[in-house]
Write a protein that binds this ligand. Structure first.
Ligand SMILES: [Zn+2]
Length: 336
């Protein structure tokens, strides 16, 4: 069983020889930027640098997959958001929004796939494939439709519309969903094996579980149904109140943080519907902990039945290489 077969089977809940270990959320770190010469912010806009930095996590840390890009702004930018490209250890962020006033003038860019950094991402996926061959999975990351819609409107307006203007809220969700479907299918055409979709604005920290159930879940279902390959839904925070709804979004798998305290309970609750990726704490263990702490958290996740061992959320760029290596070693030792 090669790495790609193992990951694809594990995501579907099929039997594997060992649980795969990789990152499904942001994975670039400064140590590897220094080693490769491919650093942020350039690696967000330069296909070769984007590819080199992603491949380093696989080659140097031993992670069983290559993941790129490193932000949740590629599609948002192509759709008209202004983006600050950040620094060597700070991710790009959306700084201005095209539709804060309402949904009357929503306009899909003509030839969306040629706009902004989208061609760069597509090129990077091809460069990665040429370098790593067919047996290593490529995981593309992209913002989910809820987060994209909130970027288009601004989070403040988006949340306000969810309560006071449900029709506008639905309209901008549909608009974002259409763009996500087109972009995701193009990523599969470019050769990626899996798409990981962080949708942080769906978190119970921001949106009520009832809104998730009635409005966000149908949007995420429509997105998943419109895309031709396997996808992972990542929602930040303690998603315990929406676990069953997430499992019902038609994604192959869900990615959760350590803030979901009871992984075993989560598996028992949704394990027959969806697989689970995670949940080694990115800030408290991978960034702030030592190798022993990483191994302890990784072993606990394996014991509790995680399907794909991975950081719980995007890792901080200052995370040490040694800690990512320790996560891989923990998995190897678990099966030794
Ligand atoms: Zn997260």
């Amino acid at each position: 069983m090669n790495m790609k077969e193992r990951l694809l089977k594990a995501l579907k809940g099929e039997e594997v020889d060992k649980v795969p270990v990789c990152t499904v959320t942001q994975s670039a770190i400064v140590e590897l930027m220094d080693q490769t010469g491919a650093a942020w912010p350039e690696a967000h806009s330069d296909a070769q640098k984007m590819a080199d930095l992603a491949i380093a996590s696989y080659e140097v840390c031993g992670l069983e997959g290559v993941r790129a890009p490193y932000c949740l702004t590629v599609l948002a930018e192509a759709m008209g958001c202004e983006v600050n490209m950040g620094t060597k250890n700070r991710q790009p962020s959306v700084t201005d929004h095209p539709y804060p006033k309402g949904v009357d003038n929503l306009a899909m860019p003509e030839n969306l796939l040629t706009v902004g950094r989208i061609p760069v991402v597509m090129e990077a996926m091809k460069l990665i494939r040429d370098k790593v061959g067919d047996e290593v999975p490529i995981i593309a990351g992209m913002e989910g439709p809820v987060t994209l819609a909130s970027d288009l409107a601004s989070v403040k307006k988006f949340m306000k519309w969810s309560i006071k203007k449900p029709e506008d809220f639905q309209t901008i969700l549909d608009f974002a969903c259409d763009a996500c479907i087109e972009y995701a299918n193009a990523l599969f055409d470019a050769g990626v094996d899996v798409i990981s979709v962080p949708d942080p604005v769906s978190s119970p920290d921001l949106m009520a579980p009832d809104t998730f159930d009635k409005m966000l879940k149908p949007c995420l279902q429509k997105f998943a149904d419109g895309v031709k390959g396997p996808m992972i839904l990542h929602v930040c925070g303690d998603v315990t109140p929406i676990l069953e709804m997430m499992a019902d979004c038609h994604f192959e798998s869900i990615s959760i943080e350590e803030k979901v305290k009871d992984l075993k309970g989560a598996k028992a609750k949704v394990g027959d519907k969806v697989t689970i990726c995670g949940n080694v704490s990115s800030p408290f263990v991978l960034l702030a902990g030592d190798e022993a702490a990483v191994k302890a958290a990784a072993t606990k996740a394996l014991e509790d039945g995680i399907d794909v061992l991975a950081p719980g959320c995007g890792i901080a760029p200052d995370t040490p290489v040694a800690n990512l290596k320790a996560m891989v070693e923990a998995r190897d030792e678990y099966y030794a």
